[in-house]
Design a protein around this ligand. Sequence first.
Ligand code: SF4
Ligand code: SF4
Length: 407
Amino acid sequence: MKAQNGRVELAPLHNTAAVAGERLSEPVFPQRPHLLTNDPWPGDGERHWTPPQIYHALRGWAFPYLKSRLLPGDFHPIVAYLFTEYKCNLDCHYCWAYDNRVKGMTEEVAKASIDWLHSSTCRVLALMGGEVLLRPQFAQKVVYYAAKRNFFVYVPTNGRLMKPDVIDRLADAGVATFNLAVDAVDEKPGLPKALNPIRSSFEYLVKKQYRYGYTVFLNINICRNNVDDVRQLTEIAHEHKISTDYHINEPPLLEPDHFKHLEENSTYIRPEDYARIDAVVDWLIAKQRAGYTMANSVERLAQMKQFMRGGHSEPWNCRAGQNTLIIRVDGTLAPCFPMYNAVEDWGGVGEPRFDNRQLDDMKQSCQPHCFSTLNHIVGYCYDDRRVIEFLLRQARHGFQGIRGNLD
Ligand code: SF4
Ligand code: SF4
Protein backbone atom coordinates (compact mmCIF):
# COMPACT_ATOMS: atom_id res chain seq x y z
CA MET A 1 0.00 0.00 0.00
CA LYS A 2 1.63 3.24 -1.12
CA ALA A 3 0.49 6.84 -1.24
CA GLN A 4 2.39 9.22 -3.48
CA ASN A 5 1.39 12.31 -1.56
CA GLY A 6 2.26 10.68 1.75
CA ARG A 7 -1.11 11.53 3.26
CA VAL A 8 -3.72 9.20 1.86
CA GLU A 9 -3.73 5.52 2.68
CA LEU A 10 -5.16 2.96 0.33
CA ALA A 11 -7.92 0.49 1.00
CA PRO A 12 -7.17 -3.09 -0.05
CA LEU A 13 -10.48 -3.76 -1.80
CA HIS A 14 -13.94 -2.24 -2.00
CA ASN A 15 -16.16 -5.17 -2.72
CA THR A 16 -19.88 -5.48 -3.10
CA ALA A 17 -21.73 -5.01 0.16
CA ALA A 18 -24.70 -7.17 1.10
CA VAL A 19 -27.12 -4.27 1.33
CA ALA A 20 -30.75 -4.96 2.03
CA GLY A 21 -33.35 -2.97 0.16
CA GLU A 22 -35.36 -2.87 -2.98
CA ARG A 23 -34.10 -3.87 -6.38
CA LEU A 24 -34.34 -1.79 -9.53
CA SER A 25 -37.52 -1.89 -11.54
CA GLU A 26 -37.70 -3.94 -14.73
CA PRO A 27 -37.30 -1.65 -17.75
CA VAL A 28 -40.14 -1.49 -20.23
CA PHE A 29 -38.63 -2.14 -23.66
CA PRO A 30 -39.22 -0.79 -26.18
CA GLN A 31 -40.88 2.38 -24.95
CA ARG A 32 -40.54 3.86 -28.43
CA PRO A 33 -40.80 0.88 -30.82
CA HIS A 34 -41.03 3.11 -33.91
CA LEU A 35 -37.39 4.19 -33.37
CA LEU A 36 -36.01 0.66 -33.64
CA THR A 37 -36.12 0.60 -37.42
CA ASN A 38 -32.89 0.74 -39.38
CA ASP A 39 -34.64 2.37 -42.32
CA PRO A 40 -33.83 6.03 -43.06
CA TRP A 41 -35.53 8.31 -40.58
CA PRO A 42 -36.60 11.95 -41.06
CA GLY A 43 -34.00 14.16 -39.39
CA ASP A 44 -31.22 11.55 -39.33
CA GLY A 45 -27.89 13.37 -39.48
CA GLU A 46 -29.20 16.63 -38.01
CA ARG A 47 -29.59 17.65 -34.40
CA HIS A 48 -33.03 19.02 -33.52
CA TRP A 49 -33.51 19.33 -29.79
CA THR A 50 -37.16 19.26 -28.84
CA PRO A 51 -38.38 21.51 -26.00
CA PRO A 52 -38.64 18.53 -23.58
CA GLN A 53 -35.05 17.53 -24.43
CA ILE A 54 -33.82 21.09 -23.80
CA TYR A 55 -35.69 21.18 -20.50
CA HIS A 56 -34.21 17.79 -19.56
CA ALA A 57 -30.67 19.10 -20.13
CA LEU A 58 -31.36 22.28 -18.16
CA ARG A 59 -32.85 20.24 -15.34
CA GLY A 60 -29.74 18.06 -15.32
CA TRP A 61 -27.13 20.82 -15.20
CA ALA A 62 -28.39 24.38 -14.82
CA PHE A 63 -31.04 24.00 -12.12
CA PRO A 64 -28.82 21.96 -9.74
CA TYR A 65 -26.07 24.54 -10.22
CA LEU A 66 -28.43 27.36 -9.27
CA LYS A 67 -29.72 25.43 -6.26
CA SER A 68 -26.19 24.66 -5.12
CA ARG A 69 -25.45 28.40 -5.17
CA LEU A 70 -28.54 29.32 -3.22
CA LEU A 71 -28.82 26.60 -0.57
CA PRO A 72 -26.96 26.85 2.74
CA GLY A 73 -24.18 24.33 3.48
CA ASP A 74 -21.28 22.97 1.47
CA PHE A 75 -22.40 19.59 0.15
CA HIS A 76 -24.67 20.06 -2.87
CA PRO A 77 -23.84 17.44 -5.48
CA ILE A 78 -24.32 18.31 -9.13
CA VAL A 79 -22.60 15.32 -10.71
CA ALA A 80 -22.30 11.83 -9.22
CA TYR A 81 -20.27 8.95 -10.59
CA LEU A 82 -21.84 5.59 -9.90
CA PHE A 83 -19.25 2.82 -10.13
CA THR A 84 -21.51 0.02 -11.26
CA GLU A 85 -18.45 -2.06 -12.23
CA TYR A 86 -14.83 -2.16 -11.22
CA LYS A 87 -13.95 -4.96 -13.65
CA CYS A 88 -12.86 -4.40 -17.21
CA ASN A 89 -12.57 -6.48 -20.37
CA LEU A 90 -9.45 -4.56 -21.55
CA ASP A 91 -6.11 -3.59 -20.06
CA CYS A 92 -5.04 -0.09 -21.10
CA HIS A 93 -1.53 0.18 -19.70
CA TYR A 94 -2.05 3.61 -18.14
CA CYS A 95 -5.22 2.55 -16.35
CA TRP A 96 -5.30 1.83 -12.63
CA ALA A 97 -9.08 2.37 -12.49
CA TYR A 98 -10.17 -1.22 -12.70
CA ASP A 99 -9.69 -4.29 -10.58
CA ASN A 100 -11.02 -7.63 -11.77
CA ARG A 101 -11.24 -8.97 -8.21
CA VAL A 102 -14.05 -6.55 -7.35
CA LYS A 103 -17.64 -7.61 -7.91
CA GLY A 104 -20.08 -5.24 -9.55
CA MET A 105 -22.63 -3.11 -7.74
CA THR A 106 -25.85 -4.79 -6.66
CA GLU A 107 -29.27 -3.55 -7.71
CA GLU A 108 -30.02 -2.68 -4.10
CA VAL A 109 -27.00 -0.37 -3.85
CA ALA A 110 -27.75 1.18 -7.26
CA LYS A 111 -31.36 1.90 -6.35
CA ALA A 112 -30.49 3.27 -2.90
CA SER A 113 -27.85 5.50 -4.53
CA ILE A 114 -30.21 6.93 -7.13
CA ASP A 115 -32.97 7.47 -4.58
CA TRP A 116 -30.58 9.27 -2.25
CA LEU A 117 -29.14 11.44 -5.04
CA HIS A 118 -32.67 12.25 -6.17
CA SER A 119 -33.38 13.67 -2.71
CA SER A 120 -30.38 16.00 -3.18
CA THR A 121 -29.56 18.65 -5.78
CA CYS A 122 -27.84 16.12 -8.05
CA ARG A 123 -29.38 15.38 -11.46
CA VAL A 124 -26.36 14.20 -13.47
CA LEU A 125 -25.52 10.54 -13.02
CA ALA A 126 -22.50 9.07 -14.75
CA LEU A 127 -22.19 5.32 -14.71
CA MET A 128 -18.55 4.43 -14.23
CA GLY A 129 -16.13 1.53 -14.32
CA GLY A 130 -14.18 -0.50 -15.25
CA GLU A 131 -16.40 -1.28 -18.19
CA VAL A 132 -20.04 -0.60 -17.44
CA LEU A 133 -21.32 -2.72 -20.34
CA LEU A 134 -19.92 -5.93 -18.85
CA ARG A 135 -23.48 -6.29 -17.55
CA PRO A 136 -25.60 -4.62 -20.22
CA GLN A 137 -28.91 -5.55 -18.60
CA PHE A 138 -27.79 -4.06 -15.30
CA ALA A 139 -26.68 -0.89 -17.09
CA GLN A 140 -30.05 -0.70 -18.85
CA LYS A 141 -31.87 -1.02 -15.52
CA VAL A 142 -29.79 1.73 -13.93
CA VAL A 143 -30.26 4.05 -16.90
CA TYR A 144 -34.00 3.37 -17.03
CA TYR A 145 -34.50 3.93 -13.31
CA ALA A 146 -32.39 7.10 -13.22
CA ALA A 147 -33.87 8.58 -16.40
CA LYS A 148 -37.38 8.05 -15.02
CA ARG A 149 -36.26 10.21 -12.09
CA ASN A 150 -35.14 12.91 -14.48
CA PHE A 151 -31.42 12.32 -14.22
CA PHE A 152 -29.21 13.30 -17.12
CA VAL A 153 -27.51 9.92 -17.54
CA TYR A 154 -24.08 9.49 -18.98
CA VAL A 155 -22.64 6.15 -20.08
CA PRO A 156 -18.91 5.75 -20.68
CA THR A 157 -17.70 2.68 -22.53
CA ASN A 158 -14.76 1.29 -24.43
CA GLY A 159 -17.34 0.09 -26.97
CA ARG A 160 -16.29 -3.56 -27.24
CA LEU A 161 -19.61 -4.80 -25.86
CA MET A 162 -21.67 -1.98 -27.34
CA LYS A 163 -23.66 -3.97 -29.89
CA PRO A 164 -26.61 -2.42 -31.76
CA ASP A 165 -29.15 -4.11 -29.50
CA VAL A 166 -27.36 -2.72 -26.42
CA ILE A 167 -27.35 0.76 -27.96
CA ASP A 168 -31.08 0.59 -28.66
CA ARG A 169 -31.85 -0.65 -25.17
CA LEU A 170 -29.81 2.04 -23.42
CA ALA A 171 -31.10 4.74 -25.75
CA ASP A 172 -34.68 3.66 -25.26
CA ALA A 173 -34.10 3.61 -21.49
CA GLY A 174 -33.17 7.30 -21.68
CA VAL A 175 -29.38 7.70 -21.79
CA ALA A 176 -28.40 11.33 -22.46
CA THR A 177 -24.75 10.92 -23.49
CA PHE A 178 -22.48 8.11 -24.60
CA ASN A 179 -18.84 8.79 -23.86
CA LEU A 180 -16.95 6.44 -26.14
CA ALA A 181 -13.36 6.08 -24.96
CA VAL A 182 -10.86 5.32 -27.71
CA ASP A 183 -7.17 6.14 -27.83
CA ALA A 184 -6.19 4.77 -31.22
CA VAL A 185 -7.61 4.01 -34.64
CA ASP A 186 -6.19 0.47 -34.60
CA GLU A 187 -5.12 -1.32 -31.45
CA LYS A 188 -1.52 -0.76 -30.44
CA PRO A 189 0.68 -2.08 -27.64
CA GLY A 190 -0.66 -0.83 -24.33
CA LEU A 191 -3.62 0.92 -25.98
CA PRO A 192 -6.39 -1.60 -26.74
CA LYS A 193 -9.21 0.99 -26.81
CA ALA A 194 -9.38 1.45 -30.56
CA LEU A 195 -11.99 2.58 -33.04
CA ASN A 196 -11.60 0.08 -35.87
CA PRO A 197 -12.52 -3.01 -33.79
CA ILE A 198 -15.84 -1.32 -32.94
CA ARG A 199 -16.31 0.60 -36.19
CA SER A 200 -19.71 -0.80 -37.17
CA SER A 201 -21.15 -0.22 -33.67
CA PHE A 202 -19.69 3.29 -33.69
CA GLU A 203 -21.47 4.07 -36.99
CA TYR A 204 -24.71 2.69 -35.56
CA LEU A 205 -24.32 4.74 -32.37
CA VAL A 206 -23.74 7.95 -34.32
CA LYS A 207 -26.61 7.29 -36.73
CA LYS A 208 -29.17 6.55 -34.03
CA GLN A 209 -28.35 9.57 -31.82
CA TYR A 210 -30.62 11.99 -33.68
CA ARG A 211 -33.79 9.97 -33.34
CA TYR A 212 -33.27 9.08 -29.68
CA GLY A 213 -31.84 12.48 -28.74
CA TYR A 214 -28.64 11.37 -27.01
CA THR A 215 -25.21 12.81 -27.78
CA VAL A 216 -21.91 11.05 -28.45
CA PHE A 217 -18.39 12.07 -27.42
CA LEU A 218 -15.08 10.49 -28.29
CA ASN A 219 -12.94 10.47 -25.18
CA ILE A 220 -9.24 10.40 -26.02
CA ASN A 221 -6.26 10.10 -23.71
CA ILE A 222 -3.14 11.76 -25.12
CA CYS A 223 -0.21 9.41 -24.53
CA ARG A 224 3.37 9.25 -25.76
CA ASN A 225 2.47 6.56 -28.31
CA ASN A 226 -0.80 7.81 -29.87
CA VAL A 227 -0.08 11.34 -31.11
CA ASP A 228 -0.99 10.56 -34.74
CA ASP A 229 -4.10 8.71 -33.59
CA VAL A 230 -5.23 11.75 -31.60
CA ARG A 231 -5.28 13.75 -34.83
CA GLN A 232 -7.00 11.01 -36.83
CA LEU A 233 -9.65 10.41 -34.17
CA THR A 234 -10.30 14.15 -33.98
CA GLU A 235 -10.88 14.29 -37.73
CA ILE A 236 -13.13 11.21 -37.62
CA ALA A 237 -15.20 12.76 -34.83
CA HIS A 238 -15.50 16.00 -36.79
CA GLU A 239 -16.57 14.15 -39.96
CA HIS A 240 -19.24 12.40 -37.89
CA LYS A 241 -20.34 15.71 -36.30
CA ILE A 242 -19.62 14.56 -32.75
CA SER A 243 -17.57 16.15 -29.97
CA THR A 244 -14.27 15.13 -28.46
CA ASP A 245 -12.90 15.25 -24.94
CA TYR A 246 -9.16 15.00 -24.23
CA HIS A 247 -7.08 13.94 -21.27
CA ILE A 248 -3.37 14.08 -20.82
CA ASN A 249 -1.92 10.78 -19.69
CA GLU A 250 -0.69 10.76 -16.11
CA PRO A 251 0.47 8.14 -13.61
CA PRO A 252 -1.90 7.41 -10.70
CA LEU A 253 -2.00 9.89 -7.82
CA LEU A 254 -2.17 6.94 -5.45
CA GLU A 255 -0.49 3.66 -6.32
CA PRO A 256 -3.00 0.86 -5.97
CA ASP A 257 -1.43 -2.55 -5.36
CA HIS A 258 -3.33 -4.10 -8.25
CA PHE A 259 -1.82 -1.73 -10.87
CA LYS A 260 0.60 -3.74 -12.98
CA HIS A 261 2.18 -1.19 -15.30
CA LEU A 262 3.80 1.43 -13.10
CA GLU A 263 7.28 0.58 -14.38
CA GLU A 264 8.25 0.49 -18.07
CA ASN A 265 4.99 1.99 -19.21
CA SER A 266 5.01 2.70 -22.96
CA THR A 267 2.13 5.19 -22.65
CA TYR A 268 3.74 7.57 -20.12
CA ILE A 269 4.94 10.89 -21.50
CA ARG A 270 8.69 11.50 -21.08
CA PRO A 271 10.64 14.74 -21.42
CA GLU A 272 11.78 13.79 -24.92
CA ASP A 273 8.09 13.68 -25.96
CA TYR A 274 7.20 17.19 -24.83
CA ALA A 275 7.72 18.83 -28.22
CA ARG A 276 5.49 16.29 -30.02
CA ILE A 277 2.78 16.62 -27.36
CA ASP A 278 3.00 20.42 -27.49
CA ALA A 279 2.49 20.22 -31.26
CA VAL A 280 -0.60 18.05 -31.01
CA VAL A 281 -2.06 20.29 -28.28
CA ASP A 282 -1.46 23.35 -30.49
CA TRP A 283 -3.08 21.50 -33.38
CA LEU A 284 -6.14 20.73 -31.21
CA ILE A 285 -6.40 24.37 -30.14
CA ALA A 286 -6.29 25.46 -33.79
CA LYS A 287 -8.98 22.92 -34.67
CA GLN A 288 -11.19 24.11 -31.85
CA ARG A 289 -10.79 27.69 -33.00
CA ALA A 290 -11.74 26.49 -36.48
CA GLY A 291 -15.07 25.20 -35.12
CA TYR A 292 -14.45 21.58 -34.05
CA THR A 293 -16.58 20.86 -31.00
CA MET A 294 -14.58 19.84 -27.94
CA ALA A 295 -15.45 19.52 -24.26
CA ASN A 296 -12.12 21.07 -23.22
CA SER A 297 -11.74 24.82 -23.37
CA VAL A 298 -8.78 26.32 -25.25
CA GLU A 299 -7.34 27.39 -21.91
CA ARG A 300 -7.69 23.88 -20.56
CA LEU A 301 -5.99 22.34 -23.57
CA ALA A 302 -3.12 24.80 -23.24
CA GLN A 303 -2.72 23.86 -19.56
CA MET A 304 -1.88 20.31 -20.59
CA LYS A 305 1.57 21.47 -21.67
CA GLN A 306 2.45 22.80 -18.26
CA PHE A 307 0.81 19.90 -16.47
CA MET A 308 2.89 17.24 -18.23
CA ARG A 309 6.01 19.18 -17.23
CA GLY A 310 5.28 18.95 -13.52
CA GLY A 311 1.71 19.76 -12.56
CA HIS A 312 -0.27 22.90 -11.79
CA SER A 313 1.37 25.87 -10.19
CA GLU A 314 -1.90 27.34 -8.84
CA PRO A 315 -4.86 25.83 -6.98
CA TRP A 316 -7.86 25.45 -9.29
CA ASN A 317 -10.90 25.36 -7.00
CA CYS A 318 -11.50 21.62 -6.95
CA ARG A 319 -15.09 21.05 -5.84
CA ALA A 320 -14.81 17.27 -5.29
CA GLY A 321 -16.72 16.21 -2.19
CA GLN A 322 -18.88 19.33 -2.45
CA ASN A 323 -20.43 19.34 -5.93
CA THR A 324 -19.09 16.05 -7.27
CA LEU A 325 -18.65 12.66 -5.70
CA ILE A 326 -18.23 9.02 -6.52
CA ILE A 327 -20.23 6.09 -5.19
CA ARG A 328 -18.14 2.94 -5.10
CA VAL A 329 -19.52 -0.50 -5.95
CA ASP A 330 -20.11 -1.17 -2.24
CA GLY A 331 -22.07 2.06 -1.72
CA THR A 332 -19.31 3.96 0.09
CA LEU A 333 -18.49 7.52 -0.97
CA ALA A 334 -15.34 9.29 -2.03
CA PRO A 335 -14.84 12.80 -3.42
CA CYS A 336 -13.42 11.75 -6.76
CA PHE A 337 -12.17 9.09 -9.06
CA PRO A 338 -8.45 9.35 -8.10
CA MET A 339 -9.47 8.72 -4.48
CA TYR A 340 -11.31 5.48 -5.24
CA ASN A 341 -8.77 3.48 -3.22
CA ALA A 342 -8.36 5.86 -0.30
CA VAL A 343 -9.31 4.54 3.17
CA GLU A 344 -10.62 7.85 4.52
CA ASP A 345 -14.18 7.44 5.78
CA TRP A 346 -16.32 9.76 3.65
CA GLY A 347 -19.54 7.93 4.53
CA GLY A 348 -21.93 5.99 2.40
CA VAL A 349 -25.14 6.36 0.44
CA GLY A 350 -27.55 8.45 2.48
CA GLU A 351 -24.87 9.28 5.07
CA PRO A 352 -22.20 11.50 3.53
CA ARG A 353 -19.35 12.42 5.85
CA PHE A 354 -17.38 14.88 3.74
CA ASP A 355 -15.57 17.35 5.94
CA ASN A 356 -14.45 20.55 4.26
CA ARG A 357 -11.42 20.97 6.46
CA GLN A 358 -10.19 17.47 5.69
CA LEU A 359 -10.92 17.95 1.96
CA ASP A 360 -9.13 21.32 1.86
CA ASP A 361 -6.16 19.85 3.63
CA MET A 362 -6.03 16.87 1.26
CA LYS A 363 -6.42 19.05 -1.83
CA GLN A 364 -3.35 21.05 -0.93
CA SER A 365 -1.42 17.88 -1.71
CA CYS A 366 -3.37 16.44 -4.62
CA GLN A 367 -4.48 19.52 -6.59
CA PRO A 368 -1.07 20.32 -8.06
CA HIS A 369 -0.86 16.77 -9.47
CA CYS A 370 -4.44 16.25 -10.64
CA PHE A 371 -5.86 16.93 -14.09
CA SER A 372 -9.39 15.71 -13.35
CA THR A 373 -11.34 17.07 -16.31
CA LEU A 374 -14.73 17.00 -14.63
CA ASN A 375 -13.57 18.68 -11.45
CA HIS A 376 -11.68 21.30 -13.38
CA ILE A 377 -14.81 22.07 -15.37
CA VAL A 378 -16.97 22.23 -12.24
CA GLY A 379 -14.37 24.34 -10.40
CA TYR A 380 -14.00 26.66 -13.38
CA CYS A 381 -17.77 26.91 -13.86
CA TYR A 382 -18.41 27.64 -10.21
CA ASP A 383 -18.59 31.24 -11.26
CA ASP A 384 -21.99 32.81 -11.88
CA ARG A 385 -20.81 35.18 -14.60
CA ARG A 386 -19.32 32.37 -16.71
CA VAL A 387 -22.39 30.18 -16.34
CA ILE A 388 -24.83 32.94 -17.22
CA GLU A 389 -22.81 33.94 -20.30
CA PHE A 390 -22.60 30.29 -21.38
CA LEU A 391 -26.34 29.74 -20.99
CA LEU A 392 -27.13 32.95 -22.88
CA ARG A 393 -24.87 31.78 -25.71
CA GLN A 394 -26.76 28.46 -25.91
CA ALA A 395 -30.10 30.29 -25.76
CA ARG A 396 -29.11 32.51 -28.71
CA HIS A 397 -28.71 29.32 -30.75
CA GLY A 398 -31.97 27.85 -29.51
CA PHE A 399 -30.07 25.24 -27.42
CA GLN A 400 -29.36 23.26 -30.61
CA GLY A 401 -26.12 21.60 -29.51
CA ILE A 402 -23.33 23.08 -27.42
CA ARG A 403 -21.87 26.36 -28.75
CA GLY A 404 -18.41 26.98 -27.42
CA ASN A 405 -17.47 26.13 -23.87
CA LEU A 406 -16.89 28.02 -20.67
CA ASP A 407 -13.87 30.01 -21.84
S1 SF4 B 1 -11.17 0.32 -20.98
FE1 SF4 B 1 -11.27 1.94 -19.45
S2 SF4 B 1 -11.46 0.89 -17.45
FE2 SF4 B 1 -10.78 -0.62 -18.97
S3 SF4 B 1 -8.58 -0.67 -18.79
FE3 SF4 B 1 -9.06 0.78 -20.42
S4 SF4 B 1 -9.21 2.79 -19.44
FE4 SF4 B 1 -9.30 1.23 -17.82
S1 SF4 C 1 -7.65 17.61 -6.78
FE1 SF4 C 1 -9.78 17.15 -6.44
S2 SF4 C 1 -10.34 15.68 -8.05
FE2 SF4 C 1 -8.09 15.75 -7.94
S3 SF4 C 1 -7.52 14.09 -6.55
FE3 SF4 C 1 -7.71 15.94 -5.32
S4 SF4 C 1 -9.79 15.94 -4.55
FE4 SF4 C 1 -9.70 14.52 -6.25
